[in-house]
Each structure stands twice: as C-alpha cells, then as structure tokens.
Design a protein around this ligand. Structure first.
Ligand code: IPM
Ligand code: MG
Length: 364
C-alpha cells in the first residue's frame, strides 16, 4: 500500500531525530511492502528565516493534502526575543489550530529495562502505563481576549481560560474511548474548586460518562494530580485535561519514563476508535534542545515512537506500529543508551547509531 505524509523537521535536534525516524519508516516499508511518499516542508525558526513566517501557507496546504504529519521540534534562542513579532512556537500552534488537532495523546509507559534510569524509586515506577489526553486547540492557549496593553497605571496583560461544552465533550469522549480499550479507568483533571471553566468541564464529563457505563470516571484537582503523578503513578490509566494543565503535567510525567527523549505524542483531528483512520500530527514531546543540536547526541526514540503512533492511528497499520515499538524495546534490552538515559554498564550511542540499530530490528 502507498501512504503519503508531510515531514516537518523544524529546528534544533528536530532534523536529526526526524532523519532517524524516517530510517525506521523506510525499514517498515521494506519489511511489510508499503511505500511512503514523503513531502518535506518548513515550520518554526527555519521557516521564519527563509520565508518570514513560522507557518508558510504552502506548508499548511501540504499537510492538509497528506494522510499525516511528522514534526520534529520548533524553537531556539535565536528566535526567543519577547519583543519579536513572530516566534517559532506560533507555527506549531497555527498547525494545531489550522488542522483541527484538538486531541493530544501522550502515553507514558515505563520500559522495564529503564526502571533504574529514572530519578524515582523503582518500586514507584514499576508497571507505570498511562496515557494523557490533553485538549489542544482551546483554553488558555487560544481563547480570546488574549492581549497586552498600556494603562495610565502601567502595563497589563490577559489570557482567557474559556471552554464551550462542545469542546469539552469531544475531548472527554476521546478519554472514554481510549479507556474502553485499556483498563477502563478515566481520571478527569480540573481545578473545579476555583475555576468556572473547570466546573463546566466536570459537569460535562459526568454527562458524557452516562454513555460509557463500562468505564469508571473519577475527578482530580490539578494540584493533587501533579502530586499523585510522583507519589503513585501506577494509579492512573487514562487522564483527560485542559490544554495548559496538560502541557505542565505531561512534562512532569515524562520524567517517570527516564527522559523526555522517550515520550512520543499524537495530535488527532477526531476520536480514535478501533479500525478507524484519523488525520493526525505526530511529534516527540521534547523540544528542539538547541544545546544538543548538531552533536549526534539527541535521543531519537521519542520521534521513532511517534512514527509508530502515526502508523497505528492515521494509517491503520497496527502490526507495523507494534514492530517498531518492539524494535525499540529490543535495542534497549541489548543495552544501548543515548546520553539522556545512560546507566552504568550500558553502551552509549549517538542519534544515528540508535536509529540504525532500531531500523535493523524492525520486523524481527
Ligand atoms: C508542548 C510544547 C508546546 C506547548 C510549545 C512548544 C508551544 O511545550 O507541545 O508541550 O506548550 O504546547
Ligand atoms: Mg510542553
């Protein structure tokens, strides 16, 4: 079969990890007789430098015409001036909004072989396997008003935490659908003791729960949730939350897996259900790591696992996705580690070698 995807390597370590993910994708193509047509495009800082905008119109068009998008990372100190008119991150946010990618899936699974590579005690970490569903096109990131202005007394700024019941309902449904295919436990995270938007969120979550009697729903305040993630992460199965809460909690949760370099993500334009293909954008949750760029250091595993998520959710290739995930497990079991997950007695490798080893394992 032939599949078409847009590839946006972006900035910093983005291009390096993308190259390794494509290597692995080509290996999947060979093993399983698929061909992947790759359309490369600009986003982020490179797009600002070359085209003067963080998301050129051509890139958006190309993404819309593809079955999925693979994105490396955007941003870097070169474009960080707060006074600048445009920032690389604007390109990422415009892609999410422009492509209608409202559901961000961030799985946190602790590989048994990495239990000793994390900062937490092995007994806390063991068996952790949960998935965050982060709302991605609303809330504090996008709602209006959002501005800075000058008053007689000084400068002011505002962002808005606004949600409609439709926005809440569709994201909560994603949580329920995923929970249904797992351990049937959904935790909805909010700040309903203080925020009106959270009170509506909680109300809508309870209403949607009526359609999923087989799934157990609980509610957790976001501050308590951040504590529970460290105290007893094995408690969780599926979590669903607002955009900004999800941004913060998923960086925290990534440390359970040893490194941000291990965690993939999928941003979907619909509710994932068995046997359906959904348009999505796939990217590692780590950023552009500018200090590591060009040094063949970055861990490509998050990007490789993002590619596996693409195969599963956008191309309906579950077997192929599994073979990529197994390949990653095997390479780790063989003792290979990038610097971020290095441990005593293991073999340290760079970005390229990690990509080669993983591609070599695909399909057994
Ligand atoms: C993420 C990142 C982005 C976000 C940034 C780069 C805009 O932190 O994907 O979590 O805040 O959503
Ligand atoms: Mg983030």
């Amino acid at each position: 079969m032939q599949f078409e995807l847009a590839v946006l390597p972006g900035d910093g370590v983005g291009p390096e990890v993308t190259t390794e993910a494509i290597k692995v994708l080509e290996a999947v193509g060979k093993k399983f007789s698929h061909s992947f047509k790759l359309n490369y495009g600009l986003v982020g800082g490179v797009a600002i430098d070359q085209e003067g905008t963080a998301l050129p119109e051509d890139t958006l068009k190309m993404c819309r015409a593809s079955g999925a998008v693979l994105l490396g990372a955007v941003g870097g100190p070169k474009w960080d001036d707060p006074q600048a008119k445009v920032h690389p991150e604007d390109g990422l946010l415009a892609l999410r909004k422009g492509l209608g990618l409202f559901a961000n899936l961030r799985p946190v699974k602790v590989s048994p072989v990495l239990v000793d590579s994390t900062n937490l005690k092995p007994e806390v970490i063991r068996g952790v396997d949960f998935i965050f569903v982060r709302e991605l096109t609303g809330g504090l990131y996008f709602a209006q008003p959002k501005k800075r202005w000058q008053t007689a007394k000084g400068r002011m700024a505002t962002d808005s935490m606004t949600y409609s019941e439709q926005e809440i309902e569709r994201i909560v449904r994603v949580g329920f659908e995923l929970a249904r295919g797992r351990r049937k436990k959904l935790t909805s995270v909010d700040k309903a003791n203080v925020l009106e938007s959270s009170r509506l969120w909680r109300q809508v979550a309870v209403e949607v729960a009526g359609k999923y009697p087989d799934v157990e729903l609980d509610h957790m305040l976001v501050d308590a949730c951040s504590m529970r993630i460290i105290q007893n992460p094995a408690y969780f199965d599926v979590l669903v939350t607002e955009n900004m809460f999800g941004d913060i909690l998923t960086d925290e949760a990534s440390m359970l897996a040893g490194s941000m370099g291990m965690l993939p993500s999928a941003s979907l334009a619909g509710v994932p259900q068995e046997g359906t293909k959904i348009f999505g954008m796939y990217e590692p949750i780590h950023g552009s790591a500018p200090r590591r760029a060009g040094l063949d250091m970055a861990n490509p595993i998050a990007m490789i696992l993002s590619t596996a998520m693409m195969l599963r959710h956008s191309f309906g290739l579950a077997k192929e996705a599994q073979s990529v995930e197994t390949a990653v497990d095997e390479v780790l079991s063989d003792g290979y580690r990038t610097y971020d997950i290095m441990a005593e007695g293991k073999t340290k490798v760079g970005t390229k070698r990690m990509g080669d080893l993983t591609a070599g394992k695909v399909g057994g």
